[in-house]
Ligand binder design. Structure first.
Ligand code: PMV
Length: 319
C-alpha cells in the first residue's frame, strides 16, 4: 500500500481575534507558504491496532496505546477512530512534520490536527468533508486552549478565507480581488491561552468596557468583509489600524508588536495589526504590491525574526 501524505496550511487572522471568543465575527485566511504535513505508512509486519506516532520536530515518538488521553496527537487519532466507529485500525506509522512556527499565532497546532485527521481517515479509506475535519480538530483544540472560538480549525480545514462566528455555519469569503499581506514574527513565543485567560479576567472585572471594545471589533470585521468582497482592498488598511488600536486597549499587544506595526506603516503599508493571540507572535501588514519587499525588509530591520509574504487570492462566488 503506498504511503499517504496530507498537508494543511497555516493561517492568519485578518480581523476580529479575541472578540471572536465572545461571539463577534472575525475574518481569517490560510497561509499556504507554511504547512503541516502528515505521512501515513502501512506496517504489514506489526499487529493490527498498532499505531506509531512520530513527530521528530517535537521530539516525540510513541505508540498510540502509550499516549495519555490529553496528548494532542493521540487525541486527534482517537477522535478519528471514534468518528469512524473503529477500534483496531491496520498497523501504521504516522509521521508528522511542520514548517509552521509554533506558539506564534499561525495556527500550528490546528494545522497538525487537521492534517492528522485527514491523513489518518484517508488511510482508513474515508475522505472526510472539511466540516467534519474541522470539528475533530476543534475537539483537540478544546483540550488545550480552554475556550477556543474554533476559527483556527475552521479556516485551516476549509483552506479558504472565512468570515467566522462561533457556533454558526462556516461562511466562506469570496475576495473580489487578490491582496498581499506581509507577516512578521516578533520572535516572542506567546501561548494564546494566557492572553485569552487574562482578557477573560479583565472582561469579568469590567464587562461593559470590554463588551464595547468587542462590538467595535465586530463592526470592523463586518465592514472589512464588504471591502474584501467588493475588491476595495486599500480601504482595509485603516480598518487594520483601528483593529490594532482596539487590541491594544484589550491589553493583548506588546512593545515588540507595536514596534513592527509602526515600522510597517512607516515603510508604506496601508495598515497593520497584530494577528492571533498577541503578546508576541506575528503581526500582519497590508502591502501595496510594489512595496512588499521594502516592507518586509523594514520589518526585519525593526527586529522581526522572520517575514512571510502571502497573497490572499481572488475567488469567484459560487453560482
Ligand atoms: O491561535 P491564535 O494565536 O491565532 O489565536 C486565535 C485567536 C483568538 O481569538 C485569540 C483565540 C480564539 O480561540 O479565537
Amino acid at each position: 500500500m503506498p504511503a499517504i501524505a496530507v498537508t494543511a496550511p497555516g493561517k492568519i487572522i485578518l480581523f476580529g481575534e479575541h472578540a471572536v471568543v465572545y461571539g463577534r465575527p472575525a475574518i481569517a485566511a490560510p497561509v499556504e507558504q507554511v504547512r503541516a504535513r502528515v505521512m501515513v505508512t502501512a506496517e504489514l509486519r506489526r499487529r493490527p491496532g498498532s499505531v506509531l506516532i512520530q513527530a521528530p520536530d517535537l521530539g516525540q515518538q510513541a505508540y498510540l496505546d502509550a499516549l495519555p488521553p490529553t496528548d494532542p496527537l493521540g487525541l486527534a487519532v482517537r477522535l478519528v477512530l471514534e468518528h469512524l466507529g473503529l477500534e483496531r485500525p491496520p498497523a501504521c506509522t504516522l509521521r508528522i512534520s511542520s514548517t509552521i512556527p509554533i506558539a506564534s499565532g499561525l495556527g500550528s497546532g490546528a494545522a497538525i490536527s487537521v492534517a492528522l485527521c485527514q491523513a489518518f481517515a484517508e488511510f482508513l479509506g474515508v475522505e472526510l468533508p472539511a466540516e467534519t475535519v474541522s470539528e475533530l480538530a476543534f475537539g483537540v483544540d478544546k483540550i488545550h486552549h480552554g475556550t477556543p472560538s474554533g476559527i483556527d480549525n475552521t479556516v485551516i480545514a476549509y483552506a479558504h478565507p472565512v468570515f467566522f462566528i462561533r457556533d454558526q455555519l462556516t461562511q466562506l469569503l469570496q475576495p473580489a480581488s487578490q491582496f498581499t499581506i506581509v507577516i512578521a514574527d516578533t520572535g516572542v513565543r506567546s501561548p494564546t491561552a494566557a492572553a485569552v485567560g487574562d482578557l477573560r479576567k479583565a472582561w469579568q472585572a469590567d464587562p461593559s468596557r470590554y463588551e464595547s471594545l468587542f462590538d467595535a471589533a465586530a463592526e470592523i470585521a463586518i465592514q472589512a468583509r464588504h471591502w474584501i468582497e467588493t475588491g476595495q482592498i486599500r480601504r482595509l488598511g485603516a480598518l487594520m489600524d483601528e483593529n490594532h488600536a482596539l487590541l491594544c486597549e484589550m491589553g493583548v499587544s506588546s512593545p515588540e508588536l507595536d514596534r513592527l506595526v509602526g515600522a510597517a506603516r512607516l515603510a508604506g503599508a496601508w495598515g497593520a495589526k497584530l494577528s492571533g493571540g498577541g503578546r508576541g507572535g506575528n503581526m500582519i501588514a497590508l502591502a501595496p504590491e510594489e512595496l512588499t519587499a521594502a516592507i518586509a525588509e523594514s520589518l526585519r530591520h525593526a527586529g522581526a525574526v522572520r517575514t512571510i509574504t502571502t497573497t490572499i487570492r481572488a475567488h469567484k462566488p459560487p453560482r
